[in-house]
Design a binder for this molecule. Structure first.
Ligand SMILES: Cc1cc2nc3c(=O)[nH]c(=O)nc-3n(C[C@H](O)[C@H](O)[C@H](O)COP(=O)(O)O)c2cc1C
Length: 166
């Protein structure tokens, strides 16, 4: 549980490589997420090519963390692998959060950068990464060894909790 409360977004990285063993742990954690009807509609594109990261920088305005990230992981959902339209978003979000928590556990830094539902960003990403028509990119996660760490924050707000009825 510690990682849930210590995790913060990391946007500056040292340049030290992320090992393949750590990369696999990140992906294992992501794929252990819950999903609607256990359909596991996720697909992951691991990007190590700096040119591809630079191209994402040109259209996703808030993707500066890619400048120093060792790698990026684009979390995608296969919309054909779901019985009920739209649940891929929650499924892939759960996978993303699992991945962020595993990164924290491993002492890595990471930040989730959104793509869906900004159509311009998802269209560009689909083209750039050669994604099949039915595969939608949810977001891109920059991963690396953290150059700095933000302090944990407590966001508990008791007034946001409603018992029985609002
Ligand atoms: C759906 C989503 C999209 C996000 N997009 C970006 C982004 O494009 N660029 C970025 O630097 N951070 C992005 N973030 C990270 C948030 O800014 C960050 O989680 C929030 O400010 C809370 O800070 P913390 O992660 O350090 O707790 C995104 C987070 C989520 C959940």
């Amino acid at each position: 549980m510690k990682e849930i409360f210590s995790r913060r977004s990391n946007r500056k990285f040292t340049g030290e490589p992320v090992s393949d063993a750590h990369l696999e742990k990140l992906l294992r954690a992501a794929m252990n997420a819950p999903s609607a009807c256990n359909e596991q509609p996720w697909e992951f594109v691991v990007i190590k090519d700096r040119d591809i990261m630079k191209q994402i920088r040109t259209y996703q305005r808030f993707s500066a963390p890619l400048d120093t990230a060792d790698l990026a992981i684009v979390v995608c959902g296969d919309t054909k692998r779901q019985q009920f339209d739209g649940f891929w978003v929650q499924d892939c979000s759960a996978a993303t959060q699992n991945l962020l928590l595993e990164a924290e556990y491993l002492g890595l830094g990471a930040v989730w950068m959104g793509l869906h539902p900004i159509k311009r960003w998802t269209d560009k990403t689909k083209e750039l990464l050669n994604l099949p028509d039915q595969v939608m990119p949810l977001g891109v996660i920059a991963v690396g060894h953290p150059a700095m760490r933000a302090e944990p924050v407590d966001r508990y707000q008791p007034d946001r909790v409603h018992f029985d009825k609002w």
